[in-house]
Design a binder for this molecule. Structure first.
Ligand SMILES: C[S@@+](CC[C@H](N)C(=O)[O-])C[C@H]1O[C@@H](n2cnc3c(N)ncnc32)[C@H](O)[C@@H]1O
Length: 208
């Protein structure tokens, strides 16, 4: 089944209020993904499917006030939480857009792109076509998320299918190798599966 944006918006409407608490156990890999972008002061960063804006603070810390963060998501409820974060941080250099990845029009060319726990976006060629059309060759990309275990981890995978049902609409495609589509668009692609527990990965590369 392909990614289903309509279901995703409605699933996140249900879980938005508890999203930050429910996802606290992935904070470390999300922070590692931002660090892997090796951001410099003054850079422009695109946070793909930014959700409630967990990654905003470390990105903005790295790019400084002269940098710029463009962040988008298609969930209005998560974006309201992201807006609260921006207000609390007093950040003036964030452009927050309500859009799908397939249609978003970033208002500047990013030199770095973050894909943090956005499996549905990673499985949408239309989304990747659009995002890469707005990004210059050489831009750095970091990707993190959940992956299934190999066949011998089948019992864990049953658990992963169940626990991700409200977060990923397309668990049938590439859940064991979530980077399969974006990998082809990147140079110097590297992926690290994080053991334990082995269902998290961090990948990096640069836009061809
Ligand atoms: C698991 S959340 C991750 C949010 C955030 N990146 C993080 O690390 O906490 C997945 C996010 O992808 C968004 N999303 C899924 N498909 C999308 C699409 N086609 N266009 C825009 N956002 C999408 C969802 O609304 C949700 O906010």
């Amino acid at each position: 089944m392909p990614s289903d944006p309509g279901k995703s918006v409605s699933d996140y409407r249900e879980i938005a209020a508890r999203y930050d608490h429910a996802t606290r156990w992935i904070n470390d890999v999300r922070l590692e993904a931002v660090a892997a972008l090796r951001l410099r002061k003054g850079e422009t960063v695109l946070d793909v499917g930014c959700g409630s804006g967990f990654s905003f603070a470390p990105i903005l810390e790295a790019v400084g006030p002269a940098g710029k963060l463009i962040a988008f998501d298609h969930s209005p409820e998560l974006l309201r939480i992201a807006e609260g974060r921006i207000a609390d941080g007093g950040w003036m250099n964030v452009a927050l857009l309500e859009s799908t990845a397939e249609a978003v029009r970033p208002n500047a060319r990013p030199s770095a792109m973050l894909f943090s726990y956005v499996h549905d976006v990673l499985q949408s060629e239309a989304a990747l076509d659009n995002l890469f059309a707005h990004t210059a060759p050489g831009a750095r990309v970091a990707i993190c998320g959940t992956k299934l275990w190999p066949w011998w981890g089948a019992p864990v995978n049953v658990y992963l299918y169940a626990t991700h049902r409200n977060y990923i609409t397309n668990r049938r495609e590439n859940f064991g190798r979530p980077w399969a589509k974006i990998e082809k668009r990147l140079r110097n692609f590297k992926v690290k599966v994080k053991w334990p527990p082995g269902w998290r990965y961090l990948a990096t590369g640069t836009v061809r």
